[in-house]
Design a protein around this ligand. Structure first.
Ligand SMILES: [Zn+2]
Length: 375
């Protein structure tokens, strides 16, 4: 579908009709299925004179994110506001600098606020002739129906374990046994599998999370496990944002002339600088909150995969175990509990996820979950 559309897009550039191309696309699929990668490859196909050869300057610029006609948006906070969206729409309306297309790749488009989504809808309803919108979201339902109905849908599915292992082994030169382990443990999430295969720290964090079920022997242990999990998420978020924050802040200070003697500096500019700095700090805070929440959510999903394996063993289901390397722990829990108990535990984790998404204090939500996992 994408190749045909890219060929049609090429015809339009040559002055043809280009039936089969459309200006708004929605890429959906579960996390790790490669929504952004697919959208980016399609962007390269639209901007490359050879329909996405993968080798030329245009393709290269798209892949590294420096192409002047590709606008990539990745909301970093919990939501994407209407002001940012309006600015984006203005930039999207410009003519292509290289004469082909202007492409906007909007990752996590489901994070657009209602007002932002309405602004986006107007832009998609009346697009400039050479502007193409590529929206990415986990599922079509995550966007307003009015936006969804104007997009052509590209649905991606979770790749098979063997396919993920193959990518790791051939592209990243990971030994086959580690590639298989990582692909299984990541359950088809390619980026997660890659991190597990290549990063010792990520492997250790996984082991710590999956060691939780056997550590929940008393109430005190549950509280301690909750505290550890929340703290780890905070540390992960802090580590991921520290350098980023520092660079952004010093860039902004430079922009507003701080560090110079201040002589001749316009007072309005100084006041503007304080406002912009406050705005940046708010954005950084929102990003840290999101990263912390994402990290906690990933840990909770890891726990779900553990109990799902236990359930599979209890029921004698012939399915691949995600955590095959922990067979001993799985087996012990499978023998010492019933399938009903396992299901109840999975429910407790899913309820914990919902409460975190609803902004319940993480420590409280995770504690309640740990206590439910124990009993
Ligand atoms: Zn190319």
């Amino acid at each position: 579908m994408l190749s045909r559309a890219a060929a049609a897009a090429g015809e339009i550039v040559e002055g043809g009709r280009g039936a089969g191309m459309t200006h708004a696309w929605l890429f959906t699929g579960p996390p790790g299925s490669g929504r952004e990668e697919a959208a980016r490859a399609f962007a390269a196909a639209l901007l490359c004179p050879d329909g996405g050869c993968g080798h030329c300057d245009q393709c290269h610029q798209v892949l590294v994110g420096s192409h002047p006609d590709l606008e990539s948006v990745r909301p970093q906070g919990l939501s994407y506001g209407v002001k940012q969206t309006r600015e984006l729409i203005l930039r999207a309306a410009g003519a292509p600098t290289q004469g082909r297309y202007r492409v906007i790749l909007f990752e996590d488009a489901d994070r657009a606020t209602e007002a932002a989504a309405n602004a986006l809808l107007k832009a998609i309803e009346e697009p400039p002739p050479r502007t193409v919108w590529l929206l990415c979201a986990p599922a079509p339902d995550d966007l307003m129906i009015t936006i969804r109905s104007r997009c052509r849908l590209v649905t991606l599915s979770t790749p098979a374990t063997e396919a993920v292992a193959h990518v790791l082994a051939t592209r990243d030169s990971v030994p086959w046994d580690i590639a298989r382990f990582a692909a299984r443990a990541a359950q088809g999430h390619i980026a997660r599998a890659r991190a597990l295969a290549l990063d010792e720290g990520v492997r250790q964090r996984r082991e710590a999370v999956l060691g939780i079920p056997r550590s929940l022997t008393g109430v005190g242990e549950c509280i301690a496990a909750a505290e550890r999990l929340v703290k780890t998420a905070e540390e992960e978020a802090a580590a991921a944002t520290a350098t980023l924050n520092e660079n952004e802040t010093s860039e902004l200070r430079k922009l507003y002339g701080e560090g110079s003697t201040g002589k001749g500096l316009n007072r309005g500019l100084v006041r503007g600088g304080a406002g912009a700095l406050k705005e940046l700090e708010d954005r950084q805070k929102s990003r840290a909150t999101r990263l912390k929440r994402d990290s906690l959510d990933a840990a909770l999903l890891e726990l779900v995969s553990f109990y799902r394996d236990v359930l599979a063993m209890q029921l004698g289901a012939e399915v691949e175990l995600a955590n095959d390397d922990l067979r001993f722990d799985l087996d012990q829990l499978a023998r010492s509990s019933t399938p009903e108990e396992t299901l109840r535990r999975i429910d407790a984790i899913l309820r914990g996820r919902e409460r975190l998404a609803a902004n319940v204090n993480p420590q409280i939500a995770v504690e309640a979950m740990m206590l439910a996992l124990r009993s």
